[in-house]
Ligand binder design. Structure first.
Ligand code: Z5A
Length: 215
């Protein structure tokens, strides 16, 4: 597996269930790293290229009924285009790339949530990413009810996955909570924003310093 460190830049991913505070943390990390003089690119998944934004609309907004496998390939088509056309070039330029969701979302939602076969999805994921893996994955954890309430207060219109019931979202949360592997760090995101930011900052500064040494 190739990581961001191996390709000069640093690849950080923020993951977690709905309303965990991913987008808020991605924005904050981007600003904080830029204030330190780092060259940062933030992206959200699915999205970030014209094709990926089109796939996002189909995956999340379209009224067409679909097979779960079709949903999977919409997310993977978006990821393949984003990785090849945006993330890899940015890492090659030495940038810090911070992504709001990546491969762990596909495991949590399409494998554990939808029930698609893990080995097959992992193989398809490798095709979509060309084997690129994050240097650091921050997994934000909140109870389903807390995430839903945050989204309600924020006035978010639910997409087709967010409209799934609490059983589905509890499976997704449990999948995130049980995720382990190189570079995966769990953060209790039910804490105040400042505490979440402090915990994330410790991890991000450690991995970005590491990548400078390796460059
Ligand atoms: N999906 C998939 O199924 N498979 C895949 O491979 C991929 C994605 C890549 C993308 O939706 C959907 O695609 C997602 C999974 C699926 N659907 N679901 N569920 P999205 O990008 O539109 O939405 P999201 O990723 O779920 O984001 P979100 O709901 O907006 O949540 P968030 O980004 O984690 O939260 P936020 O916007 O940063 O914060 C929400 C509110 O909480 C906001 O008012 C904040 O000010 C507040 N907040 C944030 N942090 C805190 C703390 N610590 N305390 C209190 N309040 C806070």
């Amino acid at each position: 597996m190739e990581s961001g460190v191996g390709s000069q830049g640093t690849f950080v991913v923020v993951e977690g269930p709905e309303g965990a505070g991913k987008s808020t943390l991605v924005r904050w990390l981007g600003s904080a790293l830029r204030a330190e003089g780092r060259d940062v690119l933030t992206v959200r998944e699915p999205g970030g290229t014209p094709l990926a934004e089109a796939a996002r609309k189909l995956a999340l907004k379209s009224r067409h009924e679909r097979a779960f496998a079709a949903e999977l390939f919409l997310f993977l088509a978006a990821r393949a285009d984003l990785v090849e056309r945006v993330i890899r070039p940015a890492l090659s330029n030495g940038q810090v790339v911070i992504a709001d969701r990546f491969g762990l979302s596909t495991i949590a939602y399409q494998v554990v949530g939808r029930g698609l076969p893990r080995n097959d999805v992992e193989a398809a994921l490798r095709i979509a990413t060309g084997g690129l893996t994050p240097d650091l994955t921050l997994v934000l954890d909140v109870p389903v009810a807390v995430g839903r309430e945050r989204q309600r207060v924020a006035g978010k219109v639910k997409d087709r996955i967010e409209r799934e019931d609490d059983t589905f979202h509890t499976r997704v949360r449990d999948a995130y909570r049980s995720a382990t592997g190189p570079g995966i760090v769990h953060i209790d995101a039910s804490q105040h924003k400042k505490a979440v930011q402090d915990a994330a900052w410790r991890e991000v500064t450690a991995v970005t310093a590491l990548s400078l040494r390796g460059a």
